[in-house]
Design a protein around this ligand. Structure first.
Ligand code: SAM
Length: 364
């Protein structure tokens, strides 16, 4: 029997993805959440197709308001140890940047230090987003199949009328017209379970349908590609020229793996003179070259405000800018900053507390 550690937390919906992200970057082998808001949203969207609605209503009404987040740490990735009957996480680097490396010469890190680190991160998020956070405790679990236990929480996720994200271990038969994106929850942000990604997907799907020729000819950029999810979706919807960048080099590596998993060829570098292809490389907006007809950025509100002038410069005339990851309380700030640099708001979409805004650069 192997021993693993399961850490448990209660958080507000608004913080749950950030916590999951933090736990993944610490090396959790799996992170799962039970989120009433998410269940309700999925249920409402599919209510007509659900039988036994009374039972579902009852189940939902019994779920707590907060989100239960559980993270598994396993000996396989050298993160778990036991000292004096107390679980410790080992092999984290000194300042907990989440790098994984061999355990041999590493001192165990007491679990309380790891929890303190997580708490510090969450306190910073709370300052920005609000919401509650509580650590519930750790459990040593003995399991022969811990590695697969968390997989039960994932199912194919229909993100828009044509796009479904499906974990690779699920054998799912796509319906006619449905594009399957194979994507496993990894250490980079972007499994599709966040509203900000879903809002972008829906908009991209509609744009590609409405303006098919534009979509195929456009020079596109996915800024902050994370797992590569939006770039993969753009490629599947017909993009011919696409740059996908992320300030986090590890995220770019994950994005490359996900491109390969979806049978998409790419160049692991800038485009140079090439007029077609997918280009994945680490960087920021200032590292990209040329101008874009469609720039997608799922970041945070403050970054959008800071980047407003750069966005404007990076767009071709009549180019689209799709900004996501904007929490409700900061939406006005983003709108004001982007209008100030001369971009025109075309659409604003809200899901739970998250906005996606679409701007267009005027012809002159
Ligand atoms: N595009 C994915 C999605 O929609 O699900 C992931 C979005 S995630 C919210 C934001 C990503 O942006 C992270 O992977 C982060 O590393 C990256 N990022 C943050 N600041 C950035 C910047 N200034 N330039 C480029 N990428 C950045």
């Amino acid at each position: 029997m192997m021993q693993n550690i399961k850490l448990r937390f209660h958080v507000s919906h608004i913080l749950s993805d950030l916590l999951a992200d933090c736990l993944s970057s610490l090396g959790a082998s799996g992170v799962a959440s039970v989120d009433r808001t998410e269940f309700e949203a999925i249920y409402l969207a599919q209510k007509d197709a659900v039988y036994a609605t009374d039972a579902v209503d009852e189940y939902l009404s019994e779920l707590p308001e907060f989100v239960l987040v559980e993270a598994w740490f396993s000996p396989e990735n050298k993160l778990v140890g036991v000292q004096n009957n107390t679980p410790v996480l080992v092999d984290l680097d000194g300042d907990f940047q989440g790098e994984l490396y061999e355990v041999q010469d590493k001192e165990p890190v007491p679990l309380c230090d790891v929890v303190a680190f997580i708490e510090e991160k969450m306190a910073a998020f709370q300052e920005f987003f609000g919401g509650d956070y509580r650590y519930l405790g750790a459990e040593l679990i003995e399991s022969e199949d811990w590695e697969n236990a968390w997989k039960e929480f994932y199912a194919p996720l229909r993100l828009s009328s044509r796009i479904t994200v499906c974990p690779s271990w699920i054998d799912y038969q796509a319906n006619p017209g449905e594009e399957l994106i194979s994507l496993d929850p990894g250490t980079a942000f972007g499994t599709g379970y966040h509203e900000s990604t879903e809002l972008c997907t829906a908009y991209l799907d509609e744009l590609a349908f409405r303006e098919e020729d534009f979509f195929q000819e456009a020079r596109m950029l996915d800024l902050g590609t994370g797992s590569g999810i939006l770039a993969i979706i753009m490629a599947k919807l017909g993009a011919k020229y696409l740059e996908a960048v992320d300030i986090d080099g590890q995220a770019v590596e994950t994005a490359k793996e996900n491109f390969a998993k979806n049978n998409l060829n790419f160049y692991p570098e800038k485009s140079g003179d090439k007029k077609e292809g997918y280009f994945l490389y680490p960087g920021e907006l200032s590292d990209t070259g040329g101008k874009f007809d469609l720039l997608v950025a799922n970041l945070i509100a403050k970054l959008h405000v800071d980047l407003a002038e750069e966005y404007e410069r990076a767009l071709n005339k009549k180019g689209y800018l799709l900004l996501s990851g904007i929490i409700d309380s900061k939406m006005r700030d983003v709108l004001t900053a982007l209008e100030k640099v001369g971009l025109k708001l075309k659409e604003a979409r809200l899901k739970n507390d998250w906005w996606a805004l679409v701007f267009r650069k005027p012809e002159k």
